[in-house]
Design a protein. Structure first.
Length: 83
């Protein structure tokens, strides 16, 4: 924005006020964007944590099932050898 210094102090105050309003508006927008980004990051963090927990549960279930299969195979083998 070009400023004409010949217009007088009242006009300069008006220009300064407009620029200050623009600065304030930009600060508000920046804060809003930062808050939105923080909320997005927190949501992503929660989702990653949930997926890690789910993955751990699946891994533990897999181990339990493998152990159960081994026990059943042993039991089947024992039945075959006893018959």
């Amino acid at each position: 924005m070009a400023i004409n210094l010949d217009r007088g102090p009242a006009d300069l105050e008006e220009v300064i006020d407009k620029q200050q309003k623009q600065i304030d508006w930009l600060k508000k927008q920046t804060k809003k964007i930062q808050d939105d980004r923080i909320a997005e990051i927190m949501a992503l963090y929660a989702e990653v944590k949930r997926l890690k927990n789910e993955n751990e549960n699946i891994r533990l279930d897999e181990i339990k099932l493998k152990f159960k299969i081994e026990k059943l195979e042993e039991e089947l083998h024992d039945r075959k050898t006893n018959d």
